[in-house]
Design a protein around this ligand. Sequence first.
Ligand SMILES: C[S@@+](CC[C@H](N)C(=O)[O-])C[C@H]1O[C@@H](n2cnc3c(N)ncnc32)[C@H](O)[C@@H]1O
Length: 283
Amino acid sequence: MAPQDTSLYSLSSEQAEFFKAQTGIDDDEDLKRHILEVQAKAYKVAPYPCIRSFVFLRLNISNLSVYEHILELGRKRPNAVLLDIGCCFGTDARKAAADGFPAKNIIASDLFNDFLELSHELFKTTPVSYPGCFIPGDVFDPAFLSIAAPSDDVSPVPAIDLSSLKSLNALHGRISVINAISFFHLFSEEKQLHIARALAGLLSAQPGSVICGFHVGTLEKGVVNNSLSGSEYKLFAHSPESWTSLWNGEVFEKGSVKVETELVEFATGEVKYFMMKWSVMRL
Ligand SMILES: C[S@@+](CC[C@H](N)C(=O)[O-])C[C@H]1O[C@@H](n2cnc3c(N)ncnc32)[C@H](O)[C@@H]1O
């Protein structure tokens, strides 16, 4: 496990503004101390590179082209639910809530309940001050998330009390927005397909319902080298073409979704790699 490196900490002006508004901490040094304290606790729970390199401070969901559409669903579609899956601290869930998606209809979910509890610590909230819902669970555990065929029921979704849910299975065909940032690339090709099918089963069939994310991509699907804060590792990555055909034809019936992808190139030292922004929208 790579040691923590506080020199990797940096906040853009947009991130600083967001975290100051969220935490009520105005002073830059106080804010840094607070974030480092919570980061150290999370790194002990599970030493993900994204925690070590402060990826959780990025407001990734807001950089996706579907973000305005997501906020509009939150404003206009009655009972629209947003799920942030593999959320760690749930920064994207908090960002969407800050931008107006009703917090009580947002679920942040992760394998580690400790991360979900640390979300309250990072954002200095309590279940009363932030009514968003946190549901821990393993996406590969069928008792938590079983695979169901994509819904074809386009009728409006009734109100659901999310606060008592222990698994996502009660939400098959009922979720309007699913966000999966830096999540799929943790897994093999086979497991990525499993997660895609599982998330597709949760999505509402109402046109405009969307699954989106951002993760390591590549020009030709296969195993790629990736680098985050100096550590190198190998990951299975899809290309825009393979990702598009996985969703449009394999997971969902061909023609029933619109898939958008965008590769963005990054370089860390010698290692160049691509990240892929993507969205899958029900038509
Ligand atoms: C690389 S982090 C990304 C976190 C967050 N989405 C972000 O962008 O900052 C991946 C997250 O997926 C969670 N995770 C890993 N395996 C999982 C599983 N089988 N089920 C649910 N969550 C899982 C990890 O605990 C971790 O918080």
